[in-house]
Write a protein that binds this ligand. Structure first.
Ligand code: DC
Length: 219
C-alpha cells in the first residue's frame, strides 16, 4: 500500500507526509532527500550541477542508502552520513538542477521503488504519483498560494538556522518552481487520478484529516 503525495516546494508536503505516516504507522519516504544526496555528491566532487557529462559520469561510482529509524530518515552517500547537510541553500539549488537530468532520474528510480516494496509507505516528492508509483491506490497533489509557500519555507529555514531574507527565499523558490515544472522529464504535474488539496488556509492536521478521510472512505 503506497500513498503518493506530490506538490511544489513550501506547500507543506514533508510535514503532512510525516504526520500521515506517523498516524497510519507507515514508513515515510522523502524522495527529495535522494535528489539532494546526489546533489551533495556533485558539489563535494567539485562538479558543476549544470555539467551534464560530468554529473552523469558520477552515477556509476555513487551509492545512496536511506535508513529509517522511528520516523527519522538517515541518508548515506558512499557510506557517509550526509543527512545534516542536505538542506543548505547550495544543495537545494543543485538538487533542482540535477533532478532535471534524465539519467539521474532513471538512476534514482529503482532506489525509490525498492523502498516502496517494503509496503505501507507514504512517499513524497514531485513525480511519485506520476512516475515512481503510478499504480499507488491513493495520490494527493498539494498546492498553495505562492506567498503562503514562501512564508512557510522562510519560517522553516530560519528554524533550521539557514536564515536568509524573505526576498531570497522568494527568488529561490520561484526559480525552483520554474525548473521543477518546466523540465522535460517527469515535470511537476498532478497525476490524472490525484486528489488536489489547496493547503493555503489549512493546518497540517487539517490536511492529514482530509487524507485519512479519503483513504478510509475508499478502502
Ligand atoms: O522535496 P525537496 O525540496 O526536498 O526536493 C529537492 C529537489 O529534488 C526538488 O527541487 C526537485 C527534486 N525532486 C524531484 O525532481 N522529484 C522528486 N520526486 C523529489 C524531488
Amino acid at each position: 500500500m503506497i500513498i503518493a503525495i506530490d506538490g511544489p516546494a513550501g506547500v507543506g508536503k514533508s510535514t503532512v507526509a510525516k504526520l500521515l505516516a506517523a498516524r497510519l504507522g507507515y514508513l515515510y519516504l522523502d524522495t527529495g532527500a535522494l535528489y539532494r544526496a546526489f546533489a551533495w555528491k556533485t558539489l563535494q566532487s567539485r562538479i558543476r550541477p549544470t555539467d551534464l557529462e560530468q554529473v552523469t559520469g558520477l552515477l556509476p561510482t555513487t551509492t545512496i542508502h536511506m535508513q529509517f529509524h522511528n520516523g527519522a530518515i538517515q541518508v548515506l552517500v558512499d557510506g557517509i552520513d550526509v543527512t545534516g547537510e542536505l538542506r543548505t541553500r547550495e544543495v537545494t539549488a543543485a538538487a533542482s538542477i540535477v533532478s532535471a537530468i534524465p539519467a539521474v532520474r532513471e538512476w534514482l528510480l529503482p532506489i525509490q521503488r525498492r523502498i516502496g516494496r517494503r509496503g505501507s509507505v507514504v512517499a513524497e516528492g514531485r513525480d511519485v504519483g506520476t512516475k515512481v508509483f503510478p499504480s499507488a491506490p491513493f495520490k494527493f497533489f498539494l498546492d498553495a498560494d505562492a506567498d503562503v509557500r514562501v512564508a512557510r519555507r522562510h519560517r522553516e529555514l530560519v528554524a533550521a538556522g539557514h536564515g536568509g531574507t524573505v526576498d531570497t527565499t522568494f527568488r529561490d523558490l520561484s526559480e525552483r518552481d520554474r525548473q521543477d515544472r518546466t523540465r522535460s522529464v517527469d515535470p511537476l504535474v498532478p497525476a490524472d487520478d490525484a486528489r488536489l488539496i489547496d493547503t493555503s488556509a489549512l493546518s497540517p492536521d487539517q490536511v492529514v484529516d482530509q487524507m485519512i478521510a479519503a483513504v478510509s472512505t475508499e478502502s
